[in-house]
Design a protein around this ligand. Structure first.
Ligand SMILES: O=c1ccn([C@H]2C[C@H](O)[C@@H](COP(=O)(O)OP(=O)(O)OP(=O)(O)O)O2)c(=O)[nH]1
Ligand SMILES: [Mg+2]
Length: 183
């Protein structure tokens, strides 16, 4: 009887993805690996520093400068090739590993990822977990397939007394409910 666990998504089924594992007897987190090699550029890219210089020297900034700065600060999504199933009253908290900040200048700009039980096998992306990252170091960061880039912790979540009963199915993630009309 399946209660909670990780599975590999179809598009990575032959890619040798390791299912997350805890590393010690009482580790709370299941360490999640990058599904591919990926390079995370530094946010302190020269063109971003150039914008700072323009601002400091009181230069006029143009739309394209702001668009470029926005692009640089947009987090990258690291694919995991994984999906996760759990009871409806549970959540998987996707947290950074402390060694990522301490040794790699790798931040999860969303703080923590909240993986909902109904994200699993959603029609848009099969519920694939992605880790949002920013590299606040000054050098590009090369992540290799198999590097443990985050950890997942299963938890129960609570509802309010007047919780709004809802039956809407989840169609995707990353803002999918922003587009849908309320019931
Ligand atoms: O780091 C993350 C955060 C979220 N997700 C996926 C799983 C989650 O179930 C879904 C929605 O996440 P969340 O509810 O935090 O984002 P949202 O902006 O509220 O999106 P939505 O409107 O789809 O709920 O996106 C990830 O894969 N990685
Ligand atoms: Mg949401």
């Amino acid at each position: 009887m399946k209660t909670r666990g990780f599975e590999v998504v179809t598009r990575y089924k032959d890619a040798g993805i390791n299912l997350p594992r805890r590393q010690t007897l009482a580790s709370a987190g299941y360490d999640i690996e990058a599904a591919e090699d990926i390079t995370i550029p530094s946010i302190w890219r020269l063109d971003f520093v150039r914008i700072f210089r323009l601002i400091r020297n009181g230069h006029q900034l143009y739309e394209r400068d702001f668009e470029m700065a926005d692009k640089i600060l947009k987090p990258l999504l690291v694919p995991t090739g994984l999906k996760v199933y759990m009871p409806e009253d549970e959540v998987l908290i996707l947290a950074n590993r402390s060694s990522n900040t301490f040794k790699k200048h790798l931040a999860l700009p969303n703080g923590i990822g909240v993986i909902d039980a109904d994200y699993y096998n959603n029609p848009n992306n099969e519920g694939e977990l992605f880790v949002q990252v920013l590299n606040y170091g000054v050098c590009p960061l090369h992540i290799h397939k198999g590097d443990r880039i985050a950890q997942g912790i299963f938890m129960k979540y609570l509802k309010t007394d007047d919780d709004h009963p809802i039956s809407r199915a989840r169609l995707s993630g990353f803002g999918s409910t922003n587009e849908e009309e309320d019931d």
